[in-house]
Design a protein around this ligand. Structure first.
Ligand code: SAM
Length: 284
């Protein structure tokens, strides 16, 4: 049988539409029912939207594509969900505050996010969400499989890196399912993975604001910049390019690591989130 090609799939917008009904149901089932506020990023033609819309008092969709943004609200309303808020914009330019102000819910209302993310901007979107984690209790997100494995990776594995640390500081991350390219039309070249993010009761490391979190993240990135080198060598090579330049000198660095109780001969991939936090605290 010849594969039917969707007429309007835009590669530039990462449009691979889900067609596997079992996978769709499993994603929808991961989103709790009777929640106050739900956001779907990139609803496209609504493969997930019809199942999701019933679950929330206020259902928001954020879509960059002109055609889908125009049609999706109507598609969902026909199913009986009246409280649909369509934000026709790029998720990377979006003023997230609008989810609370335009829907009229209280500012402390917790948000749930669900998305089959466009893979070209998926990690960027994830970071925007992580910056707002205090108001996002749960996320069910699809990534390309290799990226999903990195986000969910534990220390002492090849996939563990700065994105695992950033996400798992705030959320317990688990892989719900992996999907073959045939679950989508058009089929992407890679496999995909759905991750479930359940916010921890308390973050592993608390940050006082977004700036503070981003500075920590910058340090973690530096630690991972030369994965095969020891932490001491990576930091001495890279810290000079950062605001912590004065600590790049080996002797100073050794003192910092000793105070943080980290053996400088270890590699970044062996460090727990708490241990990255200890180095960060000493640099502050
Ligand atoms: N949810 C649909 C599904 O599962 O079949 C479509 C998923 S498709 C992988 C990604 C969707 O995100 C598309 O609808 C695309 O138009 C939209 N999109 C792409 N880039 C975006 C961006 N920067 N901001 C918001 N939406 C975007």
């Amino acid at each position: 049988m010849r594969e039917e090609k969707p007429k309007f799939a835009k590669k530039s917008l990462g449009q691979n539409f889900l067609v596997d009904k079992v996978a769709i149901q499993k994603i929808v089932d991961a989103v709790p029912s009777e929640i106050p506020l739900l956001l779907e990023i990139g609803p496209g033609r609504g493969a997930l939207s019809l199942g999701l819309a019933k679950k929330a008092a206020k259902y928001c969709v954020l879509e960059k594509d002109d055609v889908f943004a125009k049609e999706i609200g109507e598609t969902i309303r026909i199913q009986g969900q009246e409280e649909v808020f369509v934000f026709h914009t790029d998720a990377l330019d979006f003023d997230w505050e609008k989810l609370w102000t335009e829907t009229g819910v209280a500012a402390n209302t917790q948000l749930v996010v669900c998305a089959n993310l466009p893979y070209n901007v998926a990690t960027e979107i994830l970071f925007r969400l992580l910056e707002r984690q205090d108001r996002i209790s749960k996320m069910v997100l699809m990534f390309q499989k290799e990226v999903g494995q990195r986000i969910a990776a534990r220390p002492n594995s090849k996939a563990y890196g700065n994105i695992s640390v950033a996400a798992q500081n705030f959320y317990n991350v688990s892989m719900q399912q992996t999907l073959k390219p045939t679950a989508f039309r058009p089929s992407p070249k890679v496999e995909s993975a759905v991750l479930v993010f359940e916010r921890r009761e308390k973050p592993v490391l608390p940050f006082k604001d977004r700036e503070h979190f981003l500075r920590f993240h910058q340090l973690v990135r530096v630690c991972f910049s030369h994965r095969r080198k020891t932490l001491e060598n990576s930091l001495s090579m890279e810290l000079g390019r950062t605001e912590w330049g004065k600590f790049a000198e080996k002797k100073v660095l050794q003192e910092i690591l000793a105070r943080a109780k980290i053996d400088g001969q270890r590699r970044a991939e062996t460090l727990s989130i708490e241990e990255f936090g200890a180095i960060f605290a000493e640099l502050q």
